[in-house]
Design a protein around this ligand. Structure first.
Ligand SMILES: NC(=O)c1ccc[n+]([C@@H]2O[C@H](COP(=O)([O-])OP(=O)(O)OC[C@H]3O[C@@H](n4cnc5c(N)ncnc54)[C@H](OP(=O)(O)O)[C@@H]3O)[C@@H](O)[C@H]2O)c1
Length: 370
């Protein structure tokens, strides 16, 4: 997900660029399905378009073909992901394309799943001209969170943390501190609305008692699943349990009986402590969570860093200095650090006076070049 640039600007074909932009409208809404956009063109003119709104609802191709109506016959279709060839909750998109009599289908990237893949072959067998984009990278990047869930069975992990200019995550241990500004809040709302789930550690849940919602909300706002993570039992009284603003999952590594009856809308699930954070993430993946935003304080950040599960790091700076008595980000005695520059910056921007930097783990090849 790009916060400060638009990858669609690098896509040459008008139809593919529009399909990419349409797909973006479904980001965060379609899990466990991928978000996909589709455009139907006749004589260089768009005659139908659509995007997948929600799992269980029509796919992008079905919506675009229905918008085009009879104009779809002989048309050129642009779709960001290879049309599906299987019966899921909706019929196969390849059947709809064949039935509509389209002449040509241009595809952003192949479908990596065994169940839905193979759509291009079926279209060709039906006499439809099919081509894949020569440069599939914008489409692969657009769906990287979903494809990584398909591949690894666990969600893409985006960790966000606010730091003072002197690198501290707060001013006072055990208390909520306002070290981020309005620009950071705006970015947080964008990140939450793009995520399937938002996760905090139990300590942050108790201290900050956050809502973890997308605000301001309207009727169509997506509210991600809110997850409280603990190796022990989760806190039993939190605002988010009773605010009626969406689902909550208490995910803990303790499987022993616990006589707490969670309020309606709050689910309790367990994962194996032996599997550590990877076990917790797989438990989310099994629930169809393809991307999770972790709003990490020092304890959870340190665990995630050490266990190597961070796919992307978003750091906010709002300009203050916390001082030498403020808590540090990396906790636990015996941690002597490892300054091997394992992350590289991939994007940066200024929002409302706050600096936002986005970091990704370096690949093995990058390390070799350093
Ligand atoms: N600067 C920021 O962006 C930011 C963000 C969030 C919070 N904060 C601040 O951070 C402070 C709280 O920090 P903290 O370090 O105490 O809390 P934390 O970051 O929420 O991390 C500790 C919590 O995460 C859970 N956790 C940690 N490692 C885990 C693992 N390997 N597996 C499962 N669960 C794990 C722990 O649950 P159990 O101990 O129950 O096992 C613990 O309650 C508060 O003052 C809060 O305001 C700052």
């Amino acid at each position: 997900m790009n916060l400060f640039s638009d990858p669609s600007l690098g896509i040459d074909s008008l139809g593919m660029r529009r399909a990419y932009q349409l797909a973006e409208r479904g980001r965060g809404l379609t899990a466990p399905n991928p978000f996909v956009g589709c455009v139907v063109m006749r004589d260089e003119r768009i005659v139908g378009e659509g995007y997948h709104h929600r799992a269980g609802e029509p796919h992008a191709e079905a919506l675009a073909l229905s918008a085009a109506g009879e104009a779809a016959r002989g048309a050129h279709v642009f779709v960001t992901l290879e049309p599906c060839s299987h019966h899921g909750r909706t019929p196969p998109c390849v059947d709809a394309l064949i039935a509509a009599g389209v002449a040509r289908v241009s595809i952003g990237m192949p479908d990596p799943t065994a169940a839905a893949g193979g759509g291009a072959i079926r279209l060709r067998e039906a006499g439809i001209e099919v081509d894949f984009e020569l440069d599939s990278s914008p489409f692969e990047a657009q769906l990287e969170e979903w494809t990584s869930w398909v591949r690894r069975g666990r969600p893409w992990v985006r960790v966000k943390t606010a730091l003072s200019l002197d690198g501290r995550p707060g001013t006072t241990a055990g208390a909520r501190s306002a070290i981020s500004g309005s620009g950071s809040l705006e970015v947080t709302m964008r990140l939450r609305s793009a995520a399937d789930a938002v996760l905090v550690g139990a300590a942050t849940a108790l201290i900050d008692d956050p809502r973890l919602t997308v605000r301001p909300a309207n009727e169509t706002s997506h509210q991600p699943l809110r997850v409280v993570l603990s190796r022990e039992h989760c806190p039993e009284e939190l605002k988010m349990f009773t605010d009626g603003a969406g689902r909550v999952l208490c995910l803990s590594a303790l499987a022993d009986p616990h006589d707490w009856s969670p309020p309606q809308g709050v689910e309790v699930a367990h994962y194996s402590a032996d599997e550590g954070l990877r076990g917790a993430l797989h438990a989310l993946g099994e629930r169809g969570v393809t991307s999770v935003l972790v709003e990490a304080g020092p304890g959870l950040f340190s665990s995630m860093w050490r266990e190597g599960v961070i796919d992307e790091l978003v750091i906010y700076h709002a300009g203050g200095v916390a001082g030498s008595t403020a808590p540090v980000l990396m906790v636990d005695a015996g941690d002597d650090g490892d300054l091997n520059r394992s992350m590289r910056a991939v994007e940066a921007g200024v929002v409302g006076g706050d600096a936002i930097t986005i970091w990704r783990p370096r690949s093995a090849e990058e390390f070799q070049r350093m």
